[in-house]
Design a protein around this ligand. Sequence first.
Ligand code: F6P
Length: 491
Amino acid sequence: RALLHNDLQGDEVLVVSNREPYIHEKTPNGIVVKRPASGLVTAVEPVMRACSGTWVAHGSGSADRDVVDANDVVMVPPDHPTYSLKRVWLTREEEEGYYYGFANEGLWPLCHIAHVRPVFRVSDWEYYKEVNRRFADKVIASARTDDPVILVQDYHFALLPQLIREKLPRATIITFWHIPWPNPESFGICPWRAELLRGMLGSSILGFHTRFHCKNFIDTVDRYLETRIEHEHSTITLDGRETLIKNYPISIHWPDEQEESAWPETEECRRMLRRNFNLSDSHLVAIGVDRFDYTKGILERANAVERMLEKHPDMIGKFSLIQIAAPSRSSLDEYRYFQERLSRRVEEINRRFGRDNYQPFILLAEHQGSEILTRYYRGADACIVTSLHDGMNLVSKEFIACRNDMQGVLILSQFAGAAGELPEALIVNPYHVEETADALYQALTMPEAEQRERIRSLRATVRERNVYRWAGFMLQDAAHARRRERIEARL
Ligand code: F6P
């Protein structure tokens, strides 16, 4: 955290993302504040707490407008206000076109290559451009200086860096792309590929999770735009402006001793988790925690559970996967089809192997808060992440952070960015049912000493590569760029 303060040295910081870190909802008992199921918020929120400033986001809660002051600002977090949250209020049509349409029916499947055909409607593109313009106006109006540090988050805002740059040429704009970047052939099907790339190159720094995504991005620019690319320094110069393209693997806030001391003992978590689902104390449990999204490989996970039970019938009645799937983007057809398909598949598996009160696949289509999730992670024998493609995946890192008892096994997809950093997990190809089923069985039968050895090593990695390091490295690079620009301006 000290890194952040050193590098910022009193600079003004603005974050802009679609998703807000706190959603205010109206309920019969008054206004309640919810945290969304979002990897972006999990990572960026602790950084904002540490460096204060302003977060600009889309206002999405039913009571969001009721809690703002005369300047349209609310201070957050509610229990310990440290930074201001400003909202852009979108109309239903804008949200449909920009968020559901272009961002989530176009860019999301385009970048994940999840075999869902991207949809590019001209009307969605028009809304995407319009909403990017509206966010640019809000950010520019919120800036008090002419050279703030602006942290632009994700694929909802590919055009924002250039729009901000036109009005605030001296700003340091750090854009982080939270999802994968595909190869040039795949990206090239987007009718507005050049506009998106130009927009992103308004950034001073453009960050991705992995070096592989950076390389794909540079190759894409090379294919579709006239620029100067310096591979040695990983920079792209367009119209005389240089952008650094670099990987910054995102992470989580590593819990301190005080936070850990508030956690119930693992034995208590084990009992609670099993009691909640009417399972015996010795029942083997794997946990899956995802947004209910077709990129997360939940169907492949169900197939692996089925195959594992076929191969090891002694596990029938003794093992269950508890799958928390937080409903997400449910108004989109592809999400609804996927949710229905998975529910049917789970019913088939439970009909085949279930009996009395026993279900091998317990599917909970609901969002769970971090306190409950901490208990579930601590109480499970294994955590399973089988994304078909994922920028990073923070569930894997959260599971590791919760296991200070040095037990528990992580099964992790080789197609999640996290796999590169966490080789001591059981790494699987989720499309390979046999391999995933075997890894599940291996996890459930792994000797305690081996679990300890693996998790100890994983914990050392995540503790060191925490989210402050992620933000600190970006800000360090930004500080260098600022110093250089100031020197050049004086020459
Ligand atoms: O991890 C990718 C991501 O789009 C995040 O950027 C986002 O916060 C998360 O998925 C949840 O998606 P949404 O904000 O659309 O609910």
